[in-house]
Design a protein around this ligand. Structure first.
Ligand SMILES: [Zn+2]
Length: 322
């Protein structure tokens, strides 16, 4: 991934080095450092003019000292000025970049996410601004045009789960799974996850998700639910596990098939929502799923540090058009 090339930049050292004494990191306090770190993330190969796309080293000049605005560049190609935030959400939001870095970091350290209320209290922005920032960050975490999962010889686990409408005291509580939100998740063991909020969890909706997201040469692992019986025949192999526990606390079939990884993802999602957000509405469920999937797909187990995960999220926010 591109982001690792950034190691050559001294500003990225700040991002990489985020650990315990994180909030001492200058990118959280010094607007110049925060901007330089964003430049390193957005422009790993040097500045790019947002007006004309020019990125030629000799045709872009830094306007240091010549104007009052720090981080200003001059494009010789289109004779225009720009900074790293021109045309991005950062420019529109008027929130200092130090606070964007802090919010992105809080959302990306740990597994559980963070509420807009906590962002509001911790970084000193209004609740409304905190909500806007979190919404943008979460939006940026949605994977755009991801390629197919699995592939020849690869395994993909699929499972469905139910979320919400579980409290008997809730206003609209109705008994049974039928009234809950349905989530389907696909996981490559040791790899990535993709999770979907579906209207109905039935054989047709599950098939649609599987055939559009998973390479047909993959081996499909599911539980014994009838949802997967027919679509299973469209993949290189389909192996099922009974829901149950063996002596190690996990169930693994005799061919090594398992749905443990996808079940773990559901567990992290539900605990995280409960811990950080208490509840998420049906309308926003797909965004929260994307947030949890993003952290899972950029987890430390895959060699991505908190700082790198934060940088990837913030880079993607800058791509969301203002
Ligand atoms: Zn230009």
């Amino acid at each position: 991934m591109r982001i690792y090339i950034l190691d050559k930049s001294s500003h990225m050292a700040h991002v990489r080095g985020m650990k315990k004494a994180t909030f001492q990191n200058p990118i959280f306090h010094n607007e110049d450092k925060a901007r330089e770190a964003l430049e390193a993330v957005r422009w790993p190969d040097g500045p790019v003019c947002p007006h004309c796309g020019n990125s030629h080293e000799d045709k872009i000049a830094k306007l240091e000292g010549k104007s009052g605005r720090p981080g200003l560049y001059w494009c010789h190609e289109c004779k225009g000025q720009f900074t790293v935030t021109v045309g991005t959400v950062f420019e529109r939001s008027k929130v200092p970049l130090t606070k964007w870095w802090m919010a992105a970091h809080m959302l990306n350290s740990g597994k559980n996410g963070v509420s807009a209320h906590e962002i509001h209290r911790t970084i000193g922005v209004t609740y409304k601004t905190a909500w806007f920032m979190m919404h943008r960050l979460r939006e940026a975490m949605i994977e755009a045009n991801p390629g197919p999962m699995g592939g020849p010889g690869s395994k993909v686990q699929a499972d469905e789960s139910y979320y919400g409408n579980t409290s008997k005291r809730a206003k609209h509580y109705r008994k049974g799974h039928r009234h809950k939100n349905k989530i389907v998740a696909l996981v490559e063991p040791k790899g990535r996850v993709r999770a979907f909020h579906v209207d109905k969890a039935n054989a047709d909706s599950v098939r649609e998700l599987l055939v559009t997201n998973v390479h047909r040469t993959s081996e499909l692992h599911t539980d014994e639910s009838k949802l997967y019986t027919l679509v299973g025949k469209e993949f290189a192999a389909h192996k099922t596990v009974e829901h149950g526990w063996n002596q190690r606390g996990y169930y693994v079939g005799k061919d090594g098939q398992t749905t443990n990884n996808v079940e773990n993802f559901f567990g992290v999602f539900k605990r995280g929502i409960k811990g950080s957000y208490v509840f998420c509405s049906e309308q926003h469920l797909h965004r929260y799923l994307a947030e949890f999937a993003f952290r899972y797909n950029n987890r430390s187990g895959l060699g991505v540090s908190d700082g790198e995960r934060t940088a990837i999220a913030l880079k993607r926010v800058s791509r969301v058009s203002a």
